[in-house]
Design a protein around this ligand. Structure first.
Ligand code: ASP
Length: 460
């Protein structure tokens, strides 16, 4: 190809010249003397007009084949202008059509959400060609960029924390990774970077964020994913109000920029409601506060604050941390939480949106003694505290600043904003409801030799 490639969105700037466009043949409409190809690239569709001898050349071209087309850009007559496509005022009179690759018959139509989701997940790379999925991924990228810029401008530092590490309790089961070098020992994939972000505060970073992957081995339920993405945030020398205000400004700003058509139930502010208040009034800690729940463009953000410190765990017959064990009790309960655990309130808070919990966080414990008391109260003996959490308690002995943070779940927030029913539709390569990756066929059995190297023998 001699000509430089022109994108669909720019073709109309080249009327009367000869250009080359490249992309996928989304549809081919063949008539006796003429054929029309809708050629799709990442910016949209260009209509290609094929006549004469070229008609024979494209006879075998199938839908979704990849083509390079060179031809003259001509204006369409007024009555044939198509306002639905970016290049709708023009078309290209093909002079040559090169087939880069021929596509086999697709196992599913594109742009049709009535196709079974399993098929969409198995052929995700095809599903990503659909307009909605392509738009979701682009917007996700732009919103991530917005978040990164907003936080960077406020002196937050994005730090990458390890993926193979030690378990951090967030109330779920860990994914374990066996160590080959130290047989019989395991890494855990992080349920969240919770301990690392607190250790970054001990390390003097003061303002941290990360668009972080979290891994939780939970039973398949609704649209949970075994791995999901949080905007993980932690701040030192802060207050609950400063953390909430940061997140409030961030998300209201994001909504205003990307979704000007949406209405905010509470305008430019996000109400702070206590846990006790919402439980009494709505019977749930994630109330849907929209005025009209049939309107998906209405957004009701609200903070729920003053969560209980502990929940009663009926299976284990003991109290467990309601948020996670690094959450600070409210000052007035520090002396008494062991004696009156049910009454004790914590410095934990959630952000809810339209009936979904979209963020949780808390002010943390930064005193080694208090941290040990909490672990002991939720059932760890000294040995288990030392083994599991010795490192963080030790770190708190070397000057831990007061700190706190929050972690908005980006998949959930984006799916609500993009009006998708499931978070899978805002994740490029999502797992099916039962946790399987249908495209890569994972999890899968591994070779005996791999297990041997790891010193692992499967039980019958
Ligand atoms: N790590 C917590 C979570 O994933 C959030 C936080 O406390 O910042 O729920």
């Amino acid at each position: 190809m001699t000509n430089q490639r022109i994108l669909a969105r720019d073709v109309a700037n080249h009327v009367d010249s000869t250009v080359t466009v490249r992309g996928w043949a989304e549809s081919i409409r063949r008539h006796s003397k003429v054929a029309f190809i809708d050629l799709r690239d990442r910016t949209g569709i260009t209509q290609i007009v094929v006549t004469g001898e070229l008609l024979t050349a494209i006879q075998t071209v199938t839908d979704e084949s990849v083509l390079s087309v060179t031809g003259k850009v001509t204006k369409r007559p007024q009555n044939l202008i198509n306002a639905n496509i970016v290049s709708g005022t023009i078309e290209i009179q093909a002079e040559s059509v090169e087939v880069d690759t021929l596509a086999a018959a697709l196992p599913m139509p594109l742009n049709d959400r009535s196709v079974g989701e399993d098929v969409r997940l198995k052929y995700r790379y095809l599903d990503l060609r659909s307009r909605k999925m392509a738009e979701n991924l682009r917007l996700r990228h732009q919103m991530n960029q917005y978040i990164r810029q907003y936080l960077s401008e406020r002196e937050f530092v994005e730090v990458e924390t390890p993926t193979i590490s030690k378990s951090t309790p967030e109330g779920a089961r860990d994914y374990l990774v066996p160590s080959r070098i130290i047989p019989g020992s395991f890494y855990a994939l992080p349920q969240s970077p919770q301990q690392y972000k607190q250790l970054l505060m001990v390390g003097g970073i003061e303002r941290y964020f990360q668009i972080a992957r979290c891994f939780r081995d939970e039973d398949a339920r609704g649209d949970r994913q075994p791995e999901f993405t949080q905007l993980d945030i932690e701040m030192s020398f802060t207050t609950q109000e400063e953390i909430l205000a940061t997140v409030e400004e961030l998300f209201l700003g994001l909504v205003t920029k990307f979704f000007p058509e949406k209405t905010l139930t509470f305008g430019e502010s996000v109400p702070r409601l206590t846990h006790a208040e919402v439980m009494e009034k709505y019977g749930t800690d994630k109330p849907d506060l929209r005025k009209d729940t049939t309107n998906p463009d209405e957004l009701a953000f609200a903070f729920v604050v003053d969560f209980p410190l502990f929940d009663w765990d009926e299976k284990k017959k003991r109290f467990d941390a309601a948020h996670h064990p690094f959450t600070a009790p409210k000052k007035e309960y520090i002396e008494t939480f062991e004696k009156q655990p049910k009454e004790a309130l914590s410095e934990a808070y959630d952000l809810v949106l339209n009936g979904s919990e979209i963020a949780s966080g808390s002010i943390r414990i930064n005193q080694p003694e208090l941290q040990s008391r909490i672990f002991a109260f939720i059932g760890h003996d000294q040995r288990s505290i030392d083994e599991k959490f010795g490192h963080i308690i030790e770190a708190f002995r070397f000057g831990a600043p007061p700190h706190g943070g929050i972690a908005p779940g980006l998949d959930r927030i984006y799916s609500i904003l993009l009006k998708e029913e499931t978070i899978r539709d805002v994740i490029a390569f999502a797992k099916a409801g039962d946790g399987r990756d249908l495209m890569m066929n994972a999890p899968s059995v591994v070779d005996d030799s791999q297990l041997k190297e790891l010193g692992i023998q499967l039980r019958k």
